[in-house]
Design a binder for this molecule. Sequence first.
Ligand code: CTP
Length: 400
Amino acid sequence: MDLKGKTVVLALTGGIAAYKIATLASMLVKQKATVLVLMTENATRFIAPLTFEALTGTRCMVDTFDRSFSFEIEHVAVADRADLVLVAPASANVIAKMANGIADDMLTTTVLACRCPKLVAPAMNTGMYENPATQANLARLRGYGVEVIDPACGRLACGAVGPGKMPEPQQLLEHIQRHLTCQKDMAGLHLLVTAGPTREALDPVRFITNHSTGRMGYELARAAMLRGAQVTLVSGPTALEPPPFVELVRVESAQQMHDAVMAAAPAQDVIIKAAAVADYRPAHTAGEKIKKSGADLTLELTRTPDILAELGAARRPGQFLCGFAMETRDLLDNARAKLEKKGADMIVANSLREAGAGFGGATNHVTLVEPTGCTDLPLAGKDEVAHRILDRILARRAGA
Ligand code: CTP
């Protein structure tokens, strides 16, 4: 899911955060985007145009009266080519100009002429950022459909600590990717994914869990977000970085996952239960650490709520329910039995016995088990598998 064929315009104004845009330009090139860079003259005091020319392989457009560059024609051509323009770092001055339609240099003229999505990342001193004039200008820009990327809090170049710091290049890249990758064929849909293992406490230091890493569920959440869905990710403990732009609800035990899912379920159009929920938990959780003795220890376990089955019994019309089945034998028979027993619309079946499938790895091989039959998907990266699962869910919702 790269940015091949997309043209991203990076527009820099004078601010110390300009150096971070070099990293962003490099990331975009690695994603196969065409990157065009516009700089105000002040921006060139912080970072050299040559840096961007070396990184992007395209001529950097600087706001000097470089007539050889045929300024007036060029800015319209750039605006026409752009699939997205990001103004970053955006100074208070350029924000004020943009909010008022002032176009008195190369950068503001080009941005004004752009019809593509426009993103602005303010970066300035906290006082300037919090000034009501700047806030009013940002509100106005939002009203014009410009996406304002909120600055981070931190230590600013002036020594002050507060909001005004430009977000890191990775975050800026994620904003760009959200706009430019994938068709928004899930726009307007509410989708909930569960992911990861659960932990069932024995005492304050020990728990029962399983080998789930959460990777398949996180890829599903990311894929649905990129396709425009409003995503809630209910996650057991994992080491993964959560995908951006999703509502993350962290839980530990099966009971907590149950409560979080049931609370959010009524609003969902699609629920995907990719989590490896513990079926049993210790009947008693000791308040203090269990001390060893000479004798053996027997644990009494009790059932946890079956969240998927409960969702199947309580679902509203039109809600799509997808479960997972991880098996070590009789994969399809077990998955079909779960489909029926839990009242789901689809079970994604994967075998723990197969190389390249199951827990942890970057790839998966799954079979979609539905009331009408089974579809075997090819072995692929979990991101690709996530998209194929979502394709099938959309097709089913459309009546296929
Ligand atoms: N699941 C759930 N709540 C549980 C256990 C499982 O919602 N307490 C969901 C899982 O998230 C998954 C599906 O049910 O989507 C299948 O889980 P699995 O544990 O494989 O199936 P079980 O029905 O528990 O059957 P078994 O453990 O006997 O294989």
